[in-house]
Design a protein around this ligand. Structure first.
Ligand SMILES: [Zn+2]
Length: 461
């Protein structure tokens, strides 16, 4: 990676965030911890803010862990690019479905007032377009399907720039990422390896259809130059400030119920999630400039002890787009800014119908039912397919273009486990009594079919 990325290197400011809130459903018991932890973190963060005000310090910025200082002036470019009705609809039905503090966003007749900094009582004023005929063009680096040249006589994805983001790292990092389990002596299941294998099948399919495909990651190494040890001090500070006065250094073992209160565990998650995804975002936003990012994952249900995992009969899939911010997430100046920037870029107008189209082809080819989140605390169902949810994940928030985040297959379902063990193969094979494609080809084909369907339709016009 070139020097051009250096200025985007993450800062090590001590800030508080929803550490643990973005853990997937990979392990049920960690999800429970995440909820408790989130509560602790939010409370502590409020106290710190109050302390700063009392001490008469400069207006405290309230930035997420490793977050960037918001650049509110950038939003000037979006003046009069949206009508009041459209803005209100997207805020209420997509991004702020769980409500928000009244001073954060105030929608008036001709303008919206958005809080920049609460201590300083600074606000950004967005002016609405007077009507749909008065809309100014939306500035953006990616191209919407409708703005791409017609494909008459060409391949349906010709000229489209797609970046593939195979989720996680896999390889030697899989255990640290808690994306690893092994049944007896069978081949360990490592999500980061599965997503990469699948992406390497998907890339040539998309290229054959005319797309220019890049990889956000194409091996088992992190994009971030940081490592867990670089975050030990920050991890300790976060723990101390959040009510763990003398955090333990190390995790006892993989089943340690208090591991999220250790410096080791926190510094690892700062590395493989926060630092890594922020670095991937810099690569996407400042170097790759795609029209679309596909975040490619495999899902799981709680598997318990990774060396003796629970196998289940449950199997499902869902897709995610950005949205459904929690009131406590909106309190962070950077997340609120990133949400508004994303809203104004109108990525949602592209990613929702795209996700819905991919959902239909995936459901047709996998036969899987939609996943239903056990609570609606952090997600909101959107679209028409029944498979798409809005959720505020780091990647869906930070990549500045449409992002479709795929979560098919429960890796520890008996069926998927057998298909993963069978590996990749050509044609069809009998697995658990059914003749099927390899799980990797089924995934790649069904995603590619959805992308083709969406873009061919949009580009015919
Ligand atoms: Zn994943």
């Amino acid at each position: 990676m070139g020097d051009s990325l250096n200025r985007y290197t993450v800062t090590s400011e001590l800030r508080f965030n929803d550490l643990g809130a973005h853990r997937s459903s990979a392990a049920g018991r960690f999800a429970r911890h995440a909820v408790t932890w989130r509560t602790i973190v939010v409370r502590a963060s409020t106290c710190l803010l109050a302390a700063a005000v009392t001490a008469g310090l400069q207006a405290a910025e309230n930035i997420s862990v490793l977050g960037n200082k918001p650049r509110w002036d950038v939003l000037e470019h979006y003046q009069q690019t949206i009508t009041r009705d459209e803005f209100a609809h997207i805020i209420n039905d997509v991004y702020c479905t769980h409500g928000f503090a009244p001073d954060l966003i105030e929608i008036k007749e001709d303008t919206a007032r958005i809080l920049i900094n609460r201590d300083a009582q600074k606000f950004f004023t967005l002016r609405f377009a007077a009507g749909s005929e008065k809309l100014k063009p939306v500035p953006r680096l990616w191209r919407a399907a409708k703005s791409l040249p017609s494909v008459k006589g060409k391949k349906p994805l010709s000229g489209l720039k797609i970046a593939l983001d195979p989720g996680h790292l896999g390889g030697d990092w899989a255990k640290m990422e808690e994306r690893w389990f092994q049944v007896g002596d069978s081949k360990p299941v490592q999500e980061g390896d599965l997503t990469l294998s699948m992406s390497r099948l998907l890339a040539p399919r998309l290229r054959d259809l005319g797309a220019k495909v890049s990889f956000v990651r194409n091996d088992n190494e992190p994009i971030t130059p940081k490592r867990p040890d670089d975050f030990r001090e920050l991890a300790k500070k976060i723990l101390v400030k959040n009510g763990v006065p003398q955090p333990r250094t190390d995790v006892l073992d993989s089943t340690d119920p208090e591991k999220d209160k250790t410096i080791r565990w926190q510094s690892e998650i700062l590395f493989y999630r926060y630092s890594e995804i922020r670095r991937r975002a810099a690569l996407v936003n400042f170097k790759l400039h795609p029209d679309l990012v596909l975040c490619l994952h495999f899902n799981a249900e709680g598997w318990g002890d990774p060396t003796s995992p629970l196998l289940t009969d449950t199997n499902h899939f869902h897709l995610l787009v950005n949205g459904s911010y929690l009131p406590e997430e909106l309190e962070f100046d950077d997340q609120r800014f990133e949400m508004i920037r994303r809203l104004l870029s109108r990525a949602y107008d592209e990613e929702l119908p795209l996700a819905d189209t991919v959902a239909v082809t995936m459901s047709r080819e996998t036969g899987l039912p939609p996943y239903t989140y056990p609570t609606t605390n952090s997600t909101t169902k959107v679209g028409t397919s029944g498979y798409v949810y809005a959720r505020n994940l780091l990647a869906t928030r930070l990549y500045r273009c449409p992002v479709v985040y795929c979560e098919p297959y429960v890796m520890n379902s008996k069926d998927v486990f057998a298909r993963i063990q069978a590996g990749d193969y050509e044609g069809r094979r009998n697995i658990n009594g059914v003749e099927r494609k390899s799980i990797f080809r089924e995934y790649a084909d069904s995603v590619a079919d959805g992308i083709v369907e969406y873009y061919s339709k949009a580009r015919e016009l």
